[in-house]
Write a protein that binds this ligand. Structure first.
Ligand SMILES: O=C(O)CCC(=O)C(=O)O
Length: 227
């Protein structure tokens, strides 16, 4: 089995250094900066709609060639978020799994629960089987490490479905977290069920990430992905 596939299966993540060249990174940064939405904000949720350049990249063969070996060629991008950790938005997130997906509309389906609205976009928690077949592609526009609040993950935690709070606490106590240090232009692939967190930056500067989520299937009973 390909080493990348094995890492995703066993550890829940893999890192690919230097994937995007400096020119492509500069163009993405210029586009995102031109939106002028991020000052003081942790990020932007509907990135695929707001930015044609990110939309194009998300659909590109360059990115699909990373996702298709894992999810198959029916895979499609279903959400794009931009995260920035910066001096005036130096945030942290506790240990969690990504359990919510963005959908076009809320439907009263017992398997897609609870429901919420994030920045005006309907979200639901789908069944575990959907989350297990998703993949997140995190494109680093800046170098990330412990100093600027890189993502931390607990390897293997994605293999146990949705975890309860006591289970998350046990994973934290019994396992070593890894800091996902990455070069600018590097890509981090992760399963959404992988336990992750991030601390505030010790030396805050920009820590910009384009976060793209891919899924390999339709939702049930007429429920539709937001994007
Ligand atoms: O980028 C980060 O540091 C955290 C992102 C996060 O919490 C998430 O993707 O759910």
């Amino acid at each position: 089995m390909d080493i990348r596939l094995r890492e995703i299966e066993e550890r829940g993540f893999t890192t690919i250094d230097s994937y995007l060249d400096p020119h492509s990174i500069d163009l993405l940064i210029a586009d995102i900066t031109a939106l002028d939405l991020t000052s003081g904000r942790a990020g932007i949720r509907n990135l695929l709609e707001l930015l044609p350049s990110v939309n194009k990249l998300a659909h590109s063969q360059e990115i699909r060639s990373l996702v298709e070996p894992i999810l198959g060629d029916t895979t499609r991008v279903v959400r794009g978020i931009f995260f920035d950790k910066q001096p005036n938005a130096n945030w942290k997130v506790p240990w969690h799994q990504d359990l919510s997906i963005a959908v076009k509309q809320h439907l009263d389906l017992p398997d897609y629960h609870p429901r919420s609205i994030k920045e005006g976009i309907p979200h639901v928690q789908p069944p575990t089987a959907i989350l297990e077949r998703m993949l997140t592609v995190r494109i680093h526009l800046d170098r990330t490490d412990e100093w600027n609040g890189a993502l931390k993950v607990i390897p293997g935690s994605h293999r146990h479905g949705k975890l309860t709070t006591p289970q998350i606490n046990e994973w934290k106590q019994l396992n070593r977290a890894i800091s996902c240090n990455c070069q600018a232009g590097g890509i981090f692939l992760m399963r959404p069920l992988l336990l992750h967190s991030s601390s505030i930056a010790i030396l805050p500067s920009h820590r910009r990430i384009v976060h793209l989520e891919y899924a390999d299937r339709q939702l049930d009973n007429g429920l539709e992905w937001y994007y």
